[in-house]
Design a protein around this ligand. Structure first.
Ligand code: OSB
Ligand code: MG
Length: 368
């Protein structure tokens, strides 16, 4: 393949309801799509982070510069363009996994379309649909939270994740357990809001039979997470702290996590995401697919990944309607608590031109 053009398409989609986490409140999905044109096919991807570096160090405006000045030129210089060649070509640029993932995914989409192969087939998927969980933000009150959870359960979601932070943890978890019973698959996500000094407090969550507690402590502090795991029974799951298969191997060796959240963007793309799956699965750890409130362009490839055999827990891969009244792609619709795995070549979806136009805020060529 030969790279002919790379374009960024900035978009802003209103969320159906504000999403509050321990690091901030989101009311719009404000990011960019990457559109890659090669001599044989075109590809699309979605940059997963936000305009502000609050979940991770990367952010929309910075990623565009990193892509334009450092990543795209290295990829354009490749004598033969393949998705597998991208990570080595970009390796000297430190970090910026989410920007790298966007470029790799768009090139992989084009490459697989040229071969007529769906991403799910390429990755080794073994399911044609995947169970859907839902991530529920911090609410203004416990009754408001219970209403939201009730609505999601009525829609068919098979697992609930509650966002927590100091002051919003034991009480909402207790209320959800009391209302919906011990059989409800339930987990929590702190997005780094606690410190090891909170270990005794977090231990009180053990009473509620949670599937896991996600990223309770500061990002990249594997040692502290291992110390916490010694003191609590709830399995620790890492999100922000895992950037590669190597990190994952270290975390597992240290018992810093017993469950793995894979977000392809956070780890540099789908090739590394599959390696993380392989490492965790080989150690017997459950893996699940996280989310970043993606449009259909980011959701489709996540569903392909979530169909691999080691993804034994429901992911945050919810239906399009949980996020947007209208998406820029055909929506993913929940059916019997599951979402379908795309089965057409590449990521298996593309923007609907008219909808994309309406939600586009800017377009710029980065190359070609
Ligand atoms: O920590 O998993 C997270 C959303 C944005 C940034 C970080 C996270 C999340 C979610 C929602 O929990 C996942 C989703 O529904 O896409
Ligand atoms: Mg998380």
């Amino acid at each position: 393949m030969k790279l002919e053009r790379v374009e960024v398409v900035h978009i802003a989609l209103p969320l159906v309801t504000p999403f509050r986490t321990s690091f901030g409140t989101m009311t719009t999905k404000d990011t960019f799509l990457l559109h890659v044109v090669t001599d044989v096919a075109e590809g699309w991807s979605e940059f997963a982070a936000d305009p502000e570096p609050l979940y991770c160090s990367e952010f929309v405006a910075g990623a565009e510069i990193v892509l334009r000045d450092f990543l795209v030129p290295r990829v354009a210089a490749l004598p033969e363009l393949t998705a597998a060649a991208l990570a080595p070509a970009m390796a000297k640029v430190k970090g910026h996994e989410l920007a790298k993932a966007a470029l790799e995914t768009a090139v992989l989409d084009a490459e697989l379309r040229a071969h007529g192969m769906p991403l799910a087939t390429y990755l080794g998927a073994v399911h044609d649909r995947v169970p859907a969980g839902v991530s529920v933000g911090i609410k203004e009150s416990v009754p408001a939270l219970l209403d939201d959870v009730e609505r999601y359960l009525a829609e068919g979601y098979v697992r609930i994740k509650l966002k927590i932070e100091p002051g919003w943890d034991l009480e909402p978890v207790r209320a959800v357990r009391e209302r919906f019973g011990d059989g409800l698959p339930l987990q929590v996500d702190a997005n780094t809001a606690y410190s090891l000094a909170d270990a005794e407090h977090l231990r009180r969550l053990d009473a509620f039979g949670l599937l896991l507690i996600e990223e309770p402590l500061e990002e990249n502090n594997l040692h502290a997470h291992a110390q916490l795991q010694k003191r609590i029974a709830t399995p620790v799951c890492l999100d922000e702290s895992l950037h590669s298969a190597r990190d994952t191997a270290s975390a597992i060796a240290m018992d810093a996590c017993r469950v793995v959240n894979v977000k392809p963007a956070r780890v540099g793309g789908y090739l590394e995401a599959r390696r993380i799956h392989d490492v965790a699965h080989a150690h017997g750890l459950p893996v699940w697919c996280g989310g970043m409130l993606e449009t259909g362009i980011g959701r489709a490839p996540n569903l392909a990944l979530a169909a691999l055999p080691g993804f034994t827990l429901p992911g945050d891969t919810s239906a399009s309607s949980r996020y947007f009244a209208e998406d820029i792609t055909e929506p993913f619709v929940l059916e019997d608590g599951h979402l379908p795995v795309p089965r057409t070549p590449g990521i298996g979806i593309e923007p609907l031109p008219e909808a994309l136009r309406r939600f586009t805020t800017a377009r710029r060529d980065l190359y070609g």
